[in-house]
Design a protein around this ligand. Structure first.
Ligand code: NAD
Ligand code: DAU
Length: 341
């Protein structure tokens, strides 16, 4: 199958591109704008793979998207491309609407015109809003997004629904809980805390630290997306989660134990405005219909993740210093290894 993966230079997208190239025979075209979150170092070594092509560009560029779909005879689109960080959405809400809503609509229109056989929208459990102490989000739960990020993802889901209903595009939506694992940008909770702990810096915990997230190892998200892409029913939404709820402060303590660093590094800071208290996913539908289940337990996944960040210190140090941005120029810029491609 010829698959267009958007946002493949980001955290989950890069893990998914690596997974597809390693586990399937599919051809993978990665369309990524390389925003601050896009890092081609996440795919270093794959440049020469004949089943892989990188295209630098915006999902909101209709002409470019149409050209790539036609040129590569794309059969399936997986849309990871997004502005993904809640805190950033508080400072720049409009960018989130532009990328996540208008960008997705541009992709949908092009995919519809090109009669693509599958369009998978990678969404999030944040579209459902916040839970109290009990209960879980099911696919039928009302949409009640609270942050500009969550609102932009919910809006994109509804535009996807409309393209399926009105234009017959075979759209599938996945809504996953919090991911963790290799290549996650060190602005998100787990990699930020690991990097700060390794550098002996304070670990900033928002509010009382008792907000709960439902954590899933990124490769389990990839296997779920793949199952939905190949075997999901068009027009359907599938929740993805591992039933693995943790209060933030417990995650932070666990990381400090694994890294053998003192709890005195923990610093409580003012809460995130509008901070959702608790997320928990009911993933019964994808288990029942597609037989998907996570393969990694949390103890194993988190310890592998800590090892990865310890072993790949230069990866996150280059991000924190900004040096990672030079990679694209070195590889793809004029005079670079793949310059002019
Ligand atoms: P990320 O921020 O690490 O990566 C996003 C990627 O999209 C980057 O490579 C960036 O360059 C690219 N991008 C941004 N704007 C673009 C545009 N206009 N055109 C082309 N590319 C563009 O994000 P992530 O954490 O890997 O999340 C990927 C997707 O999964 C997002 O849609 C997010 O909403 C969703 N999601 C994330 C999580 C999570 O825990 N991280 C959980 C559920 C769903
Ligand atoms: O639930 C899925 C979502 O998970 C995805 O849709 C988003 O793209 C992804 O960013 C993530 O959103 P969260 O807001 O849950 O993730 P974040 O890593 O930013 O924060 C996790 C929790 O940790 C949250 O309760 C806020 C808290 N936190 C975060 C940071 C960065 C802190 O206490 N301190 C911090 O410095």
């Amino acid at each position: 199958m010829n698959i267009l993966v958007t946002g493949g230079a980001g955290f989950i997208g890069a893990n998914h591109v690596r997974w597809l190239l390693g586990r399937t025979e599919d051809r993978v075209i990665n369309l990524d704008l390389l925003t601050y979150a896009g890092n081609l170092e996440n795919l270093a070594g794959f440049e020469d793979n004949p089943r892989y092509r990188f295209v630098h560009g915006d999902i909101g560029d209709a002409a470019l998207v149409a050209r790539v779909l036609a040129e590569e005879r794309i059969e399936a689109v997986i849309n990871f491309a997004a502005e993904s960080h809640v805190d950033r959405s508080l400072d720049a809400p409009r960018l989130f609407i532009e990328t996540n809503v208008l960008g997705t609509q541009t992709l949908l229109a092009a995919a519809s015109a090109a009669r693509v056989a599958r369009f998978l929208q990678v969404s999030t459990d944040e579209v459902y809003g916040s839970l109290g102490a009990t209960g879980t989000f099911a696919e039928e739960s009302p949409l009640a997004p609270n942050s500009p990020y969550a609102a932009s993802k919910a809006a994109a889901d509804l535009v996807c629904r409309a393209y399926g209903h009105t234009f017959g595009l075979p759209v599938l939506i996945t809504r996953c809980s919090n991911n963790y694992g290799p290549f996650q940008f060190p602005e998100k909770l787990i990699p930020l805390m690991i990097a700060n702990a390794l550098e002996g810096k304070p670990l900033p915990v928002y509010g009382d630290g008792l907000h709960v997230r439902d954590w899933l190892f990124v490769e389990d998200h990839c296997t779920a997306i793949d199952a939905v892409l190949r075997r999901g029913r068009p027009g359907q939404t599938y929740n993805i989660g591992g039933g693995n709820e943790w209060p933030n402060i417990e995650i932070v303590r666990l990381l400090l134990r694994l890294l053998d660093r003192p709890e005195s590094l923990i610093t409580f800071v003012p809460d995130r405005p509008g901070h959702d208290r608790r997320y928990a996913i009911d993933a019964a539908k994808i288990r029942r219909e597609l037989g998907w289940a996570p393969a990694h337990d949390f103890a194993q996944g988190v310890s592998a993740t800590v090892d990865w960040y310890r072993d790949n210190r230069s990866w996150w140090e280059r991000i924190r210093s900004g040096a990672y941005r030079a990679y694209y120029e070195r590889m793809y810029g004029a005079g670079g290894r793949y310059g002019g491609r």
